[in-house]
Design a protein around this ligand. Sequence first.
Ligand code: UDP
Ligand code: MG
Length: 247
Amino acid sequence: MSLAELDLSLVIPVYNEEENLSLLWPEIREVLDPTGLRYEIVFVDDGSRDRSPELIRGFREQDVRVRLVRLKSNSGETAATDAGFKGARGRWVVTMDADLQNDPHDIPLLLSHLERWDAVTGWRTRREDPWIRRISSRIANAVRNVISGDSVQDSGCTFRAFRRQCLSGLTLYRGFHRFLPTLLRMQGYRVLEVPVSHRPRRFGQSKYGIANRAFSAFRDLLVVRWMADRQLRYQVVEDLGGGFREE
Ligand code: UDP
Ligand code: MG
């Protein structure tokens, strides 16, 4: 298979998810193999201290569609996602968590919208997280929408699909995984939100607490607000000559 023919790159940031990986990988295959899509899975190991990288190497031995991009040390979800984007070769890119909270069975649904939309972002309508997380996310989404001027129901949901070409112009900073739909819309891309299912985390722990997320995400939000205010808006109405002189 030539690389030019890849339909899909699945980008999955992984930080200490050893118990989830051995269930996630067969589930992805079970969903994607019958679709006939030519795909690769880019697991980005974000400096895990458990057996996650060894497990991914084991998958790779069984199936060359699996790739391991391993970061030297824990660098954060946005960094891991960015490394995955840079390595992705498919025409489409899907991001999802490694913790089984996103259901791979939703991937075909997300992809089905990419013919008409540049990106699709999940909306966890029945969220399976502790009530304190659900409430804090609801508040965070409301605050984000007021301050950024965008409207995104569930900006914390990183189960998303993109046309890969949309991603090349993005410069990401720590914490920006929460703002990808807004950043893409700022660049003029069309982003759709669709309901996705959500499952409880059975193994391992969430990497975020309420306090660390609230403060850093609020600071990031102010930056995104500033970017939205200050982005360049202009139309070229004439460009005479274009640099060539006719002989
Ligand atoms: N993750 C990562 N690096 C980090 C934190 C998280 O690669 O520093 C990964 C994590 O393994 C998971 C995804 O990013 O696959 C989302 O993290 P988590 O599930 O803890 O976030 P939540 O769903 O609780 O918001
Ligand atoms: Mg999760």
